[in-house]
Design a protein around this ligand. Structure first.
Ligand SMILES: [Zn+2]
Length: 248
């Protein structure tokens, strides 16, 4: 394997709340923070990626794709990949198997309609993948998942040849900024993980949220990460490309 870095952005929008966005119309503050991510966070991230000439994977829930078509077009226009992040951003483990299948199908249709092509891969809301959702993702023609933590490099999932591109809480901006406003601690952890991935010549996946990393004091974490990765000779990949490389 080669040293590859995947930047992934979960564009949860107003769907990305603990209750899946239900009752959201009354929660103006929570809703406005999510909409900040769409209005300000995504453009700020896209600007940083364009300056650095890095292609990323944006996981978008179907309802967000349907509500914010212009955001999806800006992502596609920047030569980035759009992945499936559920339809209503409800955790699969809170849904019945039938509801899970319906959610995967609805998300596929909404994302394809907004982006112009079917997503190749899936990331479960809350990283809570279930067997029923994984089966629906496979039936929907997707070839990789990015929700599990069973290794720190890509692996093949049992029973059907799907590729897992693993994630971890330490490589996610959300847990860090839930407890502190200090960006330097996250930079230190992410760069230590980056050096380890370089030494082991493997893929590393970072997960960010527009309303979190897209704040003015935090976007520098992404810039410094990209700079450090370039210095270490990383190849930046989308998740679609990472899955193809692992398969090939
Ligand atoms: Zn999410």
């Amino acid at each position: 394997m080669t040293f590859q870095v995947a930047i992934t952005v979960d564009v949860d929008g107003e769907s990305g709340l603990p209750d899946g966005g239900r009752h959201l119309e009354d929660r103006l503050t929570a809703r406005s923070e999510r909409l900040y991510g769409i209005a300000r966070g995504v453009p700020r991230i896209l600007g940083e990626l364009a300056r650095s000439e890095v292609a990323a994977t944006f996981y978008v829930p179907g309802v967000v794709a349907a509500l914010h078509g212009e955001t999806v077009l800006a992502i596609v226009g920047g030569a980035h990949e759009v992945g499936h992040h559920g339809h209503a951003h409800r955790r699969p483990d809170t849904l019945t198997p039938d509801e899970q299948r319906a959610d995967v199908r609805a998300g596929l249709e909404a994302i394809a309609a907004a982006s112009g092509s079917a997503p190749e891969g899936y990331r479960a809301p809350g990283w809570e993948l279930t067997p029923a959702t994984l089966a629906a993702v496979r039936e929907g023609g997707m070839t990789f998942d990015s929700s599990l933590m069973g290794d720190d490099r890509p692996y093949v999932l049992p029973g059907g040849g799907m590729i897992e591109l693993p994630v971890h809480w330490s490589l996610d901006d959300a847990p860090h900024f839930a407890t502190t406003a200090d960006p330097s601690g996250l930079s230190a952890v992410w760069q230590a993980e980056l050096r380890a991935a370089a030494a082991e010549s493997r893929l590393i996946t970072y997960t960010m949220h527009p309303e979190i990393i897209g704040r003015p004091s935090r976007i520098g974490v992404l810039s410094r990460l990209i700079e450090a990765a370039h210095e270490l000779g990383a190849v930046f990949v989308t998740h679609g490309e990472a899955a193809r490389r692992h398969r090939g």
